[in-house]
Design a protein around this ligand. Sequence first.
Ligand SMILES: NC(=O)c1ccc[n+]([C@@H]2O[C@H](COP(=O)([O-])OP(=O)(O)OC[C@H]3O[C@@H](n4cnc5c(N)ncnc54)[C@H](OP(=O)(O)O)[C@@H]3O)[C@@H](O)[C@H]2O)c1
Length: 274
Amino acid sequence: MKSFMNKTAYITGGSSGIGLSAALELSKAGANVIIFARQKPRLKEAILAVQAVQSVVGQKFSWYRMDVADPSAVKKTIAKAVKEFGPPDLLINCAGRALPGEFEEITAARLDETMKINLYGIWHTVSAILPHIKKNGGHIVNVSSVTGFLGIYGYTDYSASKFAVLGLSEAMRSEFRKYKISVSVLCPPDTDTPGFATENLTKPEATRVLSGNAKLMSPESVARALIKGIRKNRKMIIAGADTKFIYYAKRFAPWLVDFIINRQVDRVTARQVR
Ligand SMILES: NC(=O)c1ccc[n+]([C@@H]2O[C@H](COP(=O)([O-])OP(=O)(O)OC[C@H]3O[C@@H](n4cnc5c(N)ncnc54)[C@H](OP(=O)(O)O)[C@@H]3O)[C@@H](O)[C@H]2O)c1
């Protein structure tokens, strides 16, 4: 997809953070933007901001309340959106959440919740949309994270969900080629969003120390990297130079990454044990 002019984008999690910044960029680029999330006040406020930066007359904007973890709600809401605005040319699955904590504090119920939002949410949304876009093709972006290729202290449930997003997306990319649907994965580093502020409330000390290894990005920069990645039809869209460095180091010198991380973690945990 080289141009977004007159294209229709559906964005789950489009009312805040990275999803909202993507919605703003796409509005500026001339796309019709439809956002989905659970909380109505944030949706309403977000869509006004998205509409305010539109670039051509006649662009369409709307929002729907939808919990991606609820498959029947997703099916119903997507059917409604398709009826009103037509099928999307671009779907960005950005709804997600992280609640850092040590493995021993994370209950099975919490793991279940994380998976239902971060992984099953993508599954349900793509399942609902695929029948509508099979004929004419399109582009799907699933949002993973640095923790989708590097297991990080304090993110056991989150990392499990985001690693799964990579596998799911790679298999989808292969299967959906026959429909001319591209599938990309976005891997942002720590990004300054409302979701990140919530994460910081429960981060273990070791997680905080490791966070310092990559620069905090703005959601606007992540959204710009996302748009560039879609235009270039990249399979992996890795936002930020530090994140790219970590990605390639993990692939080509995993022992070095382990060495650095273990040293940082050991320093913190040794203090805690003493
Ligand atoms: N910020 C980071 O440091 C960072 C780094 C790497 C990856 N990511 C990933 O990037 C994505 C966006 O993160 P963010 O930091 O921008 O988060 P954010 O500011 O908290 O925004 C999350 C968005 O997802 C929606 N959402 C959450 N749960 C949902 C559900 N069950 N159904 C529908 N919508 C839901 C939220 O709206 P409602 O709450 O109203 O539903 C909101 O619109 C997530 O997938 C996250 O894992 C973030």
